[in-house]
Design a protein around this ligand. Structure first.
Ligand code: PM9
Length: 465
């Protein structure tokens, strides 16, 4: 062996699975993409997936299921009432999340709807660590007003904090003192915080939040959609949790809360499904009654038996340390590539997505000409990569004034589905983002030509200025 032989300086990790089934994706020409974007009114939600090459619109319902989950699909008990798969799902949630009572729903917003209708009265205030689109809308439809109590740094894409999703307890206490605890049905705690870039909350923060809420007799309802990813960040970033299994961290995190809403389409590795979990038997009774009105019987809540089985098995897989490490690791891989090329992204890198800072891509485009919507369109035109606007369009209008809400963050989300794409796909994405960044100054903004009443980002249409 030559003495000068060069050796790698790193030891790489790899995904804890191998591919058994593949789904072809289609490369398109620039002309095809221009036509597709035009037909979709410059809104990536209105595109046909056939026209997309690499789909980073969302990690919601887009995961690849394992052979163990697919095997479970064959064991679906499609009885109207009392399906055995419901009991498996209930047991998995009780075991890994630790809540006592489970109400299944068709997806996360079904659970948000029931929770909001049950607990929020007109005139109430719902504090939370940054808004999420569907969550806030259900709070508003129930007559509540969402109040942002996340730490200030969460609104700054450049602030580097290990737990940038934390609740600002001073802001929360000031709100309680101002409006009174009886006007606050619960604190809406997200882990991780999607709109801030997939940023986690620390265990210490949640513990202190519990103590504060106990002093005032206020409930904490967790949005557990990506709580496993949050638990992983706690393991990685908090000395006290080094070496503690993610499953144990998740249990502890949930133990400080009174219940959760859940979109199983994310952490739980399924294409559809969700739940509402509660510890209070009286609330459970009410939710169980309500679910039959809006979702389905309390032992299916809008899901088929096979979907519930896949979710029960997905939950078990989702809390495995090697799974979650590879999942977040892939997001990190893409983000590190972009940072190396000085592309402006939200830092630190979050759990489920890379967020491009559209404000720094296009400093010449004012926010009412939709820089992030523009960037998502340009990225698609360059390479067929589909992403999602998370800026002024997503923020919607203030129900009181009717004006656009102008969020501090004007972002485009490159959301990585779980167990779907390879490192090579991530390389293609990074190179396309770089090409679009280079073209920055030449890019023009958009005008909105159609705006639906609710959650406008899903269906609004735009034209180039
Ligand atoms: N999140 C996402 O792409 C899908 C719909 S919005 C584009 O990020 C949180 C934190 C979510 C979430 C959905 C829901 C609603 C609640 N909380 O989509 O109804 O990220 O299952 O969940 C989406 P469902």
């Amino acid at each position: 062996m030559p003495e000068t032989r060069k050796r790698p300086t790193r030891r790489s990790w790899a995904e804890p699975w191998k591919v058994k089934v593949v789904e072809p994706v289609r490369w398109t020409s620039r002309e095809q993409r221009e036509r597709a974007l035009d037909d979709a009114g410059f809104n990536t939600f209105l595109m046909r997936s056939e026209d997309v090459y690499i789909d980073l619109l969302t990690d919601s319902g887009t995961s690849a299921m394992s052979d163990y989950q697919w095997a479970g699909m064959m064991l679906g008990d499609e009885s109207y009432a009392g399906s055995r798969n419901f009991y498996h799902l209930e047991a998995a949630i009780q075991k890994y999340y630790g809540y006592r009572y489970i109400v299944p729903t068709h997806q996360g917003r079904g659970a948000e709807h029931i929770l909001s209708r049950m607990l929020i009265k007109p005139g109430d205030f719902v504090p939370g660590n940054m808004y999420f689109t569907t969550t806030r809308l259900h709070q508003e439809l129930a007559g509540g007003t969402f109040v942002d109590v996340v730490i200030d740094e969460a609104h700054d894409p450049r602030a580097w904090l290990p737990f940038k999703g934390n609740v600002d307890l001073n802001k929360l206490e000031a709100l309680i003192e101002k409006v009174g605890a009886d006007k606050i049905p619960y604190v809406s705690l997200a882990a991780t915080v999607n709109m801030a870039g997939g940023q986690p909350v620390s265990m210490q923060n949640v513990r202190e939040l519990r103590a504060l809420c106990d002093r005032y007799g206020i409930r904490i309802m967790l949005d557990a959609t990506r709580a496993v990813e949050n638990a992983y960040f706690i393991q990685q970033r908090d000395e006290d949790y080094r070496g503690v299994p993610v499953a144990a961290i998740l249990q502890e995190l949930c133990s400080y809360t009174d219940g959760c809403t859940m979109s199983g389409k994310k952490d739980s590795l399924v294409n559809i499904g969700g739940w509402l979990a509660l510890n209070d038997p009286a609330l459970f009774d009410e939710a169980r009654n309500m679910v039959v009105v809006y979702e389905g019987l309390h032992t299916y809540g809008g899901m088929s038996g096979r979907d519930m089985e896949a979710m029960a098995r997905g939950i078990e897989e989702s809390v495995q340390d090697d799974h979650i490490r590879a999942r977040v690791g892939q997001v990190e891989y893409l983000g590190m590539n972009l940072l190396e090329w000085s592309i402006p992204i939200v830092e630190p890198i979050g759990g489920h997505a890379i967020y491009l800072d559209a404000a720094r891509f296009y400093p010449h485009i004012p926010q009412d000409q939709f820089p992030a919507q523009t960037l998502a369109a340009e990225l698609y035109l360059d390479s067929g990569v589909r992403s999602m606007e998370r800026g002024v369009v997503s923020a919607g209008r203030d129900p009181a004034t009717g004006d656009h809400r102008y969020p501090k963050l004007e972002l485009v989300r490159l959301t990585i589905p779980r167990r779907v794409y390879t490192q090579a796909h991530m390389d293609v994405v990074a190179e396309s983002v770089d090409a679009v960044f280079e073209e920055g100054k030449k890019t023009r903004g958009l005008r909105m030509v159609y705006e639906p009443k609710y959650l406008r980002f899903f269906q609004a249409r735009f034209e180039r200025l």
